[in-house]
Design a protein. Structure first.
Ligand code: 13P
Ligand code: ZN
Length: 273
């Protein structure tokens, strides 16, 4: 029997992860095992689930994360493919609970699937979000082709240079990714340094952070919203590249046009960042 049986709310959240995993594969952002997702499912965990014994663990997180006490997460499995997760999320991911010491986790799931190698970044970010009282419960790491391509140029690694260009491609990017794209210079995948740099950048008021020559890390209330933010940003990058391929530099919306959007939609940041 699956732990999702008779738990429709938990199943619905994990089904959303599976739906997004399918989109990531279709978009070409999830080669092999590329990318990972974690969602905080604590609010959907009942006493019966809480009383179940672990099927694996405890394993060290590598860090003590005090705000994760009593928290539960669904995580993509390390080495697992998004396209497989889309079909069968409980065979390609697992539910974990954080132990009392806030430094270990145990697997309480259908199968002992070890969580993503980027768990340090994901859990550290969830810890940060809870400490801040944020309603965000989902984090997504993926490899969107055009956004990653931009990071191979110093020009777009300057703080907010890519944000300004992407916002100016189409009004929706400004409206639906209103905090823009934060920048983290290249660091070793799955390292604690990368986790710390990601939190520092999110704390500078970004929902989507670019990991140089690697991918993006996005947070939002649920996984669909996190995906949407990356999707609108990558669409803007595609429009920029399409114009360049047609042989000209895209004009971009004017400062006045973007300011008007900020006023009408009540957006949180100025266009000059
Ligand atoms: P995992 O398979 O461990 O989730 O790693 C994929 C990835 O994209 C690492 O950055
Ligand atoms: Zn990656």
């Amino acid at each position: 029997m699956s732990i999702l049986t008779d738990r429709p709310a938990l199943r619905a959240e994990i089904d959303k992860v599976a739906e997004v995993a399918g989109y990531l594969w279709q978009k070409g952002w999830a080669e092999r095992n590329g990318g990972n997702i974690t969602i905080n499912v604590t609010e959907h965990v009942d006493d019966t689930l809480r009383s179940l014994p672990a099927i694996a663990g405890p394993f060290p997180i590598g860090k003590q994360l005090p705000h994760l006490q009593g928290c539960w997460f669904y995580c993509k499995g390390t080495g697992r493919r998004m396209r497989d997760l889309a079909r069968d999320p409980m065979a390609n991911g697992s539910v974990i609970r954080i132990t009392e010491d806030c430094a270990h986790y145990e697997i309480v799931a259908d199968e002992p699937v070890m969580p993503t190698s980027e768990l340090p970044s994901h859990l550290a970010v969830h810890d940060y979000l809870l400490a801040k009282g944020s309603p965000y419960r989902a984090s997504l790491h993926t490899h969107p082709i055009e956004l990653v391509a931009l990071t191979h140029s110093r020009k777009w690694m300057v703080k907010d240079a890519a944000t300004r260009m992407l916002w100016s491609m189409i009004p929706e990017t400004r409206a639906f990714c209103p905090r823009g794209l934060g920048i983290v210079p290249y660091m070793l995948p799955s390292s604690v340094e990368l986790a710390e740099a990601t939190i520092k950048t999110i704390d500078e008021d970004y929902d989507v952070v670019m990991w140089e020559k690697h991918g993006v890390f996005a947070v939002d209330t649920d996984i669909m919203d996190a995906f949407d933010q990356v999707d609108v940003l990558n669409k803007a990058a595609q429009i920029y590249i399409s114009a360049k391929n047609m042989g000209f530099d895209p004009e971009g919306m004017t400062e006045a046009q973007m300011r008007e959007l900020s006023e009408v939609f009540g957006l949180p940041k100025s266009t000059s960042c």
